[in-house]
Design a protein around this ligand. Sequence first.
Ligand SMILES: CC(=O)SCCNC(=O)CCNC(=O)[C@H](O)C(C)(C)COP(=O)(O)OP(=O)(O)OC[C@H]1O[C@@H](n2cnc3c(N)ncnc32)[C@H](O)[C@@H]1OP(=O)(O)O
Length: 435
Amino acid sequence: MTQLTGDYTVRTFDIATLPEDRTAEFGEWFKAVKLGFHDSVPGDELQAKALRNLRHDRRILTGVYQASAPEHALPATMPVATYGTFVKNLNVGRGQEIPAHLITAVTVRPTHRRKRLLTRLMTEDLRQARDKGLAVAALTASEGGIYGRFGFGVASHERTITVDVTSRFALRTEPSGSVELTDPRNLLELADGIFERSQQATPGSIGRARFYAMLVSGLVDHSGEESKNLRAALHYDVDGVPDGYVAYRFKGWDSEPHTMTVVDLVAATPDAYLGLWRFLAGLDLVERIEVEEAPLHDPLEWALTDPRCVTAKDPRDMLWLRILDIKAALEAKHYPMDGSLIFRVDDPLGLTGGAYRLVVVGGTATVTPLPDEETDESTLELSLGVAELGSVYLGGVPASALADAGRIHEHAPGAVERLALFLAPERPVHCRSHF
Ligand SMILES: CC(=O)SCCNC(=O)CCNC(=O)[C@H](O)C(C)(C)COP(=O)(O)OP(=O)(O)OC[C@H]1O[C@@H](n2cnc3c(N)ncnc32)[C@H](O)[C@@H]1OP(=O)(O)O
């Protein structure tokens, strides 16, 4: 994958085609990831489950290895740095989906940190992804200070909510359709299809890793064990077709008030969403529902007669986007209005920066790179960094907030507002897939 030199070698493997006699290599790579995130050492069974899931996602795994390790140190077969990628579709608004380069499992061993291993892996990987024709890269970040330097910007947020489902809870209107309990194992077959329908209606949504189908069917929990106390329900539309599901578990009789935790709730339609909430609120012996990965703009609040049943906490960044090809990324979107904008993007990694003219006719954009001699302060209407473009690309982050923070520079009056109007999504941006 990269030309790391000196004491290190780099091995990249396509996990989907990794021969059985090299699965031990995967095991060492997986242990290194667990080490990096301070998780327990994975046993054989967990490794086998992870291998199956990652094969399904067709992940490309990279490890950085030392030539040798001193006696009693971790063996040289275990990488000192890990890096994983796979490709899933991203909804960029108005039902348009493009393949996104997803980056995950980034770790550097504590004894090897700050030697630029991540920098070298990521710089090379982003360049290769761009050369393969991928217009955007995405990740979810363990810490906020790591990825801005590589041109990633925060593009979506999430929050945790608790919902009071005592007698205060009442919906303003009755959603259509019905809800039935199901064996969670049925979600192994149904979850992906329902998610894909919800993704088509949700700007910012990213296709799901295999892990989610395993999670909601109870085959694994977050520690990799089989889940014994998971329950599930399906929402059926008026024609009897499943169009939403919720997987949930009871927090225990010690929880005060008695609380049910939503593991995953996916709905392809607003009726399915509210129908599943009506079902959850009707669970006997339960006074509160908790959802960890809830949208910032939740229709539930607006559907309740008392919106204060919903208490939100811990709003946080979720999806980080890195534009790899400005022309391809902007031309992939459909636009709510016609017009034009001349802007410059500064890209510290030199992948896609420069000046461009965006012209939208009939909702379709043409983006033309402009030669330097044609662009100066008098012709440019706007300038911004590639991380800032990643933040505003989906329309989930206000361009005016970035301008007020001194991160987008307006050279012609109204240009920031025009950028925001061009990129505005048809519905609130929300990514409910961690990876
Ligand atoms: C997509 C994901 O997988 S998110 C998960 C990321 N991984 C983790 O959080 C696991 C624990 N942390 C680690 O494994 C490592 O510390 C990593 C991967 C975050 C960084 O790896 P390193 O090889 O040490 O990074 P590298 O040496 O290339 O640092 C590059 C720059 O980023 C900075 N940097 C690195 N990590 C951080 C951080 N956590 N916070 C702020 N700045 C950071 C470095 O100071 C350096 O800055 P400089 O260019 O100004 O000198």
